[in-house]
Design a protein around this ligand. Sequence first.
Ligand SMILES: Cc1ncc(COP(=O)(O)O)c(C=O)c1O
Length: 373
Amino acid sequence: MEWIRAELKKIEGEKLYRKRVPVEGLKDFCSNDYLGLKDHPRVVESAKKTLKDYGLGSGASQLVSGYTKVHAQLEEELAGFKGTPACVLFGSGYLANVGAIPVLAGEGDLILSDELNHASLIDGCRFSKAERKVFKHRDYENLEETLKKERHSYRRALIVTDSVFSMDGDLADLKALYELSDRYECMLYIDDAHGTGTVGEGKGGLEEFGLGWRENVVVMGTLSKALGSYGAFVCGSEELVELLVNRARSLIFTTSLPPAVCAGALESVRIIEENTELIERLREMEKKLFNVLSELPYEVVYSGTPIIPVIVGDEGEAINISKKLFEKGIFVQAIRYPTVPKGRARLRFTASLRYSEEDLEFLSEALKSLIKL
Ligand SMILES: Cc1ncc(COP(=O)(O)O)c(C=O)c1O
C-alpha cells in the first residue's frame, strides 16, 4: 500500500530505518546475557529435563491450567532471592510493566517517571489512567519539587524507575528514592531488568544500595537478561501478588511461560546465589571492555555496570560504524531514536562473561583499524 511505502521512506530519510540481522557467525558484543548463563550446562540440562517431563508449551494461562509446580518453585525462589515475601511470573518484561503499573495506579493517582525509563515502563504508565509526570533523569530535586507541589492533590502516588538504565548503564539512586517515597507516601516501582544478576552480589539494585525490601516497594525483574532465559517477574507483598493475579490483564489474558523456560531460569538463580564471584568477574570484564572501547574517539560511559555505551551522536555515523564492525565479524547494534534521544545515537556495548581474552583482542584490533580509516 502506498501509505506504508511512504512511511518507510520517511523512516529511511531520518536515518532511523531498522532491520533485524541474524547474528550467527559474528562475535556478539551487545547481548544482555551478561553472565553467559544462557547455555550454561546446568541451565541447559535443567531445561532439557523439564522439557521431557512437561513438553514444550504450557498449554494455557496461569489462571486456567498453565500454572505448574515449576512456575510455583521459581516464584518462591525468586522471592527469596529478591528478599520479598512473594513473587509472580509474567510472560516478559514488557508484559510485566504494562500489566502491573495500571494495577498500582489508576484514576485519581499520580505516576512520577524518570525520563530515561524503558519503553515498557512508559507504556505501562500510558496504559494506566493515572496522571503522569516525567522527572529529569536521576534528578531527584526535580522529582521532589513535583512531589511538593502535586502529591497532596492525588490519592496514591507511584515513583517509577529503572535500577540500571538500559541504554546508559547508569544506576538510579535507590537510597534517595526510598527517602522520597517515605517522605511523600509514595509506592516505588523498580525495574531491575538489568540489575538482576549484575549488581550488588547479583541480587540487584536494592542489594547494591544495601537496602532491604519495604512494603511500599515493588521490584520487577526479567528472566531474559543475566538469567539467560525468557520471561519476567514482579516481587512484593503477598497481597500485591494476589492483586496482580486478579487484575493484571497481561497476566490473565495470556498463555503462561513454558515450564522448561522457568526451569532454566531457576537454575540460573541458583548458580548466581552459589557463585558470588561471578559478579566480581563481570566487574573485571567490564573494566577490560571499557579500556578497549576507550581507544575510540567518542565519549565512552562506564558506570560500574555491564552496559557501556559509546556515544556517537549522529545517527548515520553510528550506523556506519556498526556496519564496518559487522564486516569485520563483530556485532554491535547502533541504538537510535526513539530508543534514545535524537542526536544521542550510540553503540551499546555490553560486558559478558562469554568473552575470552582473544575476543577482546579481536575487538581492539577491529576498532584500531576503524580509527585509521
Ligand atoms: C529496563 C527494561 N525493562 C523491561 C524490558 C523488557 O523485558 P523483556 O525483553 O523481557 O520484554 C527491557 C528489555 O527488554 C528493559 O531493558
